[in-house]
Write a protein that binds this ligand. Structure first.
Ligand SMILES: C[S@@+](CC[C@H](N)C(=O)[O-])C[C@H]1O[C@@H](n2cnc3c(N)ncnc32)[C@H](O)[C@@H]1O
Length: 213
């Protein structure tokens, strides 16, 4: 794709995101943000948000039909701390980093990130496709300035090689560290089996938690 066309599409998507999502952010005021990147149909995050009314939860997914289903779930649950947004994860995080400077008049800044979930994210097994993985060094770079000290990043997969890769990315990052076994804040915060987790249970899902230094 020519670079200028790519830039135009990216700008249009950013503008749509600002219009659709930013007006909802003041709902978060005073509450820490929790994100699920690649939330699918939103099963996990809807259950998590119901159990954590003190956090404002946002689920992102690339696919419109998944976000529509997740949105219907949120509407039925009548939760005021849950939003689902169709967006590519790095684009959304870039837009979040630019908020509130990009909004006029400037609203109060949203709370900082408390938790981020990356659950059963597509493993992209071939090395030449690793650049498409959601969990990679660039993601941790982008999340670091948005996250409050001690914020947690929770990763779970049934793909052993993606687990080893992601764990090494977290262990080697200067702004994040792997939680020690038994460390407060490092425990898996909430269990609820999503459709993708149910499919993955035939394998052996593995998890880790990384903490913002
Ligand atoms: C295998 S599903 C897992 C869904 C959910 N986390 C669960 O456990 O049920 C992975 C999801 O990530 C989404 N996805 C993949 N890359 C993404 C990206 N860069 N930004 C946002 N969503 C993405 C896909 O559309 C898909 O719905």
């Amino acid at each position: 794709m020519p670079l200028d066309l790519y830039a135009t599409i990216r700008d249009q998507r950013l503008a749509a995101l600002r219009e659709e999502f930013f007006p909802r952010l003041p709902l978060a005021a005073g509450r820490p943000l929790t994100l699920e990147l690649g939330c699918g149909h939103g099963h996990y995050l809807a259950a998590y948000a119901a159990a954590h009314p003190e956090e404002f939860c946002v689920g992102l997914d690339l696919l419109a039909d998944r976000i529509e289903r997740a949105g219907r779930k949120a509407a039925r649950a009548r939760l005021d701390n849950l939003a689902f947004v169709q967006a590519e994860a790095s684009l959304f995080l870039g837009a979040l980093a630019a908020y509130p400077a990009s909004v006029s008049p400037p609203p109060p800044p949203p709370a900082r990130l408390r938790r981020v979930f990356v659950l059963f994210s597509d493993p992209w097994p071939k090395r030449r496709h690793w650049k498409h993985r959601v969990f990679q060094p660039a993601l941790l770079d982008t999340l670091a300035p948005l996250a409050e000290p001690g914020a947690s990043l929770h990763f779970r997969t049934d793909h052993p090689e993606y687990f080893t890769y992601a764990r090494a990315v977290a262990a080697e990052h200067e702004k994040w560290r792997l939680a020690e076994p038994g460390e407060p804040g490092g425990a898996w915060p909430f269990e609820h089996v999503s459709v993708f987790e149910e499919r993955a249970l035939a394998g052996a899902p593995q998890s880790f938690t990384a903490l913002r230094r």
